[in-house]
Design a protein around this ligand. Structure first.
Ligand code: AMP
Length: 299
């Protein structure tokens, strides 16, 4: 008999659908966690959220070629199927979906899901292909796995809002849950791409979140947003970040620029260390609102 703690591994949409259908018929709820593999504590924390809320946990691992441009790191993106499967066995995932690119984008694949709002700037400005790749693959995964809920990280905050909007606009019957950003002890958001950093760059990288935190604290107590953005940018450059892609304070729901704090806001930043791009974000709450660590959006 198969070891019950080992997840079922499926590589085709047909097999995935068969399991999902069977679980639904048995009255069980399904949680999906989409990932690109090279799993770390951040991914596992989302799997734990889904595991706690749903009867069955599906984790997908697919390095999605459509969200990389030709000059990005698709070929070198870390892949380690055996280590990923061991971590998913430990968290008692029920099923791991490991499709090939051919399975996901067969001959003649010609459809793109595109959101007009939320995707045009921040990460969308320098990575114009990125959100179309994300929305297309997430739509496919939701249709294929047919989960009751799917969990995404606040680490990719713009992406999280894009996915919530996608699900709302297309009336996809799924609840989107989010999990907080899991960090290294010095505050660096854990990311599969952190392994690209040299030891020296890794020390600099840890300062990103500390600078965002200080900036959030200052703005929360009434300091001028434009001033704080300028101060933080010059600190980032002085500390050794090679380039700032963006550093912005935006409305936490609409991502529209703001110049003073009336509602929950979010600092969003993307910076380069050598050839590695790091992103991070930080909540800023006006002093009269309550802190929300993670939230859900049910339909
Ligand atoms: P990825 O494999 O990078 O596509 O990420 C898959 C999911 O994990 C996304 O929903 C990410 O937002 C989430 N994620 C990545 N890093 C972290 C982290 N450090 N903490 C929490 N969630 C994360």
């Amino acid at each position: 008999m198969a070891n019950p703690s080992h997840p079922i591994i499926v590589r085709t949409v047909e097999e995935l659908r068969a399991h999902s259908r069977q679980w639904r018929h048995a009255g069980q709820t399904i949680g999906l966690v989409p990932t690109m593999g090279a799993l770390h504590h951040g991914h596992i924390s989302l799997a734990e959220i889904a595991k706690a809320k749903a009867d069955k946990l599906i984790v997908s691992i697919f390095v999605n070629p459509k969200q990389f441009s030709p000059n990005e790191d698709f070929d070198h993106y870390p892949r380690d199927e055996d280590a990923d499967l061991a971590k998913l066995a430990a968290v008692k995932a029920d099923l791991v979906f490991l499709p090939t690119a051919e399975e996901m984008y067969g001959d003649g694949f010609a459809t793109t899901i595109h959101l007009d709002d939320l995707t045009q700037d921040l990460c969308g400005a320098t990575r114009p292909h990125f959100f179309d790749g994300v929305t297309t693959i997430v739509t496919k995964l939701l249709l294929q796995a047919n989960p009751h809920m799917a969990v995404f990280g606040e680490k990719d905050y713009q992406q999280l809002l894009v996915i919530r909007r996608l699900v709302r606009d297309l009336d996809i019957p799924v609840t989107i849950l989010s999990g907080p950003t899991i960090r290294e002890p010095d505050g660096l958001a854990i990311s599969s791409r952190n392994q690209y950093l040299t030891a020296e760059q890794r020390i600099v990288a840890g300062q990103l979140n500390q600078i965002l935190r200080k900036m959030a604290d200052e703005i929360a107590i009434g300091s001028d947003i434009t001033l704080q953005v300028a101060v933080a940018k010059s600190k980032l450059t002085d500390i050794g970040f090679d380039r700032i892609d963006y550093l912005e304070v935006r409305d936490a729901d609409t991502l529209k620029p703001i110049d003073h704090l009336e509602r929950p806001a979010r600092i969003l930043g993307a910076v380069w260390l050598g050839t590695t791009r790091l992103i991070d974000n930080r909540e800023i709450l006006p002093s009269d609102s309550e802190e929300i660590l993670w939230f859900e959006d049910s339909r």
